[in-house]
Design a protein around this ligand. Structure first.
Ligand code: ADP
Length: 484
């Protein structure tokens, strides 16, 4: 039997380049699919950081020039095998030599326009790989199904190939002016319509992905339903409703090798389900020392690891932060993002020197240590397509307190002390005091009922966050598409 061949196209992939959950998913799903008998590979831009770190392992495959509008641009193709998965990288230092993965918005549109066209140009003979399914992720790759339709299929290329488009976050859509996109994409006018790639009169990459792909997926069953509603649809709910027949929700899993407190080398003390009380106590103490907080074992340590953007419910927290810090608790935030929020948290730390720390930075090492040290993990998102942090926190015995939306609703079940079932705390409305009162209840349980608390931790740590079920769901979708 021949293997189903899949090429994932994305702007981020762990461990090469990561700003959020997209990288985690693209970093682990291919190996999971391969373990189940597929041949799944990945293509992404060759960012400066990747070139610097992996220069010795990268193999040059070919270069060519791509005509984009009036420009002729160099496009290099490199490859590398990493932990059993074949990766391809599109090289162009003009576009990808910047310090960070993303730069200025309108320049990013141009960078990822180039990337998408370069990917299609490299498909097939140049990379010596003819995928059955092209699996695109988020706005940076949303034009690919449309470009296939416009530039390749009319000439008989890739006519049997199917496309899947995964929406990780509907908020970021890739919107730019008609003239610029017509120039960058070289699209016939029939695509520049409200039935095509235009949304409210302007090109929208995410809309294009939804309209022209064969199947649309998003990263949790609840978010897949929520996005049909105006509140969650980010202006695309009408488009999504029109194409609802091809929308599916598949929950993300975790990379269980990376996120495993039993083997995690970043931790002060590794721990498993048998010795979590001891292990967590050691990690908490080490964190309190590192943060110069009082070394108190029994005071609940509240944690938050997040991009500091409005999606994550940061406004809710800021609204009640001073009240929260009056409680007998400690709070450590690890996050970067919006400058306004960064400053608010810096200032809040000054007001609450005795029990709060704001670590305004991106640090993978620290995130591992903080997941392990914390007792309660706050994630009051306004919307959350899937969310990985709440699953990581559960695996590390750090009990999540979330707003019940999207993937948070699908993964966090409110704890019932009577039956002993459930793995966290969840409040339904976007209301700061609902969050605070629930948090107070959670802290009461932590202090007064260690047995119930330990059961809660146990339930979280023993949950199934593997990719197996979800990888199988993707395989079923690919099979369905290829049979159609
Ligand atoms: P999103 O993709 O919307 O940012 P997710 O919960 O899906 O949210 O994934 C966030 C990922 O990024 C998690 O692995 C989390 O640990 C990590 N992360 C977020 N902020 C930081 C930070 N400041 N430092 C280190 N890791 C972070």
């Amino acid at each position: 039997m021949t293997k189903t061949k899949v090429l994932m196209v994305a702007s981020e992939c762990a461990p090469f380049a990561k700003t959020g959950g997209l990288a985690d998913v693209v970093g682990v799903l291919p190996s999971q699919l391969n373990a189940q008998g597929l041949d799944c590979r990945v293509i992404m831009p060759l960012y400066r950081q990747i070139k610097e770190k992996y220069i010795k392992q990268l193999a040059f495959m070919r270069w060519t020039t791509l005509k984009i509008g009036w420009r002729s641009m160099y496009s290099g193709l490199f490859s590398m095998e990493h932990e059993g998965v074949q990766y391809y990288f599109i090289d162009n230092e003009f576009y990808f030599n910047s310090q960070s993965i993303y730069t200025e918005y309108s320049y990013d549109i141009e960078r990822f326009s180039f990337f998408q066209r370069a990917v299609l140009d490299a498909l097939g003979a140049p990379m010596n790989f003819y995928p059955d399914v092209l699996h695109c992720h988020d706005w940076q790759t949303g034009m690919i199904p449309c470009l296939l339709d416009a530039h390749f299929r009319p000439h008989g290329y890739f006519t049997d190939m199917r496309t899947v488009y995964t929406v990780h976050n509907l908020k970021y859509q890739g919107v730019h002016g008609v003239n610029q996109i017509a120039d960058l994409m070289d699209l016939p006018s029939r695509y520049m319509t409200d039935y095509g790639i235009l949304k409210d009169g302007v090109p929208n990459f995410m809309k294009a992905g939804i309209v022209y792909s064969d199947m649309v997926t998003t990263v949790s069953p609840t978010y897949a339903k929520e996005i049909f509603l105006p509140f969650y649809g980010e202006g695309l709910d009408g488009v999504l409703r029109n194409y609802s027949y091809k929308v599916h929700g598949i929950l993300n899993g975790l990379d269980l090798d990376v996120w495993n407190p039993v083997t995690d080398e970043f931790l002060e003390k590794q721990y498993g389900i048998e010795d979590f009380a001891k292990g967590k106590a050691a990690n908490k103490r080490a964190m309190q020392e590192a943060m110069d907080l009082e070394r108190v074992p029994d005071v609940p340590l509240i944690t938050m690891i997040t991009r500091l953007v409005d999606q994550k419910g940061v406004d809710l927290l800021l609204r009640v932060l001073d009240e929260m810090m009056e409680e007998d608790c400690q709070f450590i935030l690890l996050g970067t993002g919006d400058g306004y929020y960064e400053n608010e948290f810096r200032q809040a730390e000054r007001r609450h020197q005795s029990n709060m720390r704001s670590c305004i930075m991106y640090s993978n090492d620290m995130s591992h240590r903080l997941y392990a040290a914390g007792d309660i993990f706050l994630m009051p998102s306004v919307f959350e397509p899937c969310g990985l942090s709440q699953m990581i926190s559960m695996r590390y015995g750090n009990v999540p307190l979330v707003r019940g939306t999207g993937g948070l609703k699908d993964t966090v079940t409110p704890f019932d002390p009577v039956s002993g079932e459930g793995n966290g705390f969840s409040f339904p409305n976007i209301n700061a005091h609902d969050m605070l009162f629930l948090l107070k209840d959670a802290m009461k349980l932590y202090r007064n009922d260690p047995e119930a608390w330990n059961k809660l931790v146990y339930n979280g740590m023993t949950g199934d966050y593997s990719w197996e079920t979800s990888a199988q769901a993707y395989i079923d979708l690919y099979d369905k598409l290829l049979q159609s």
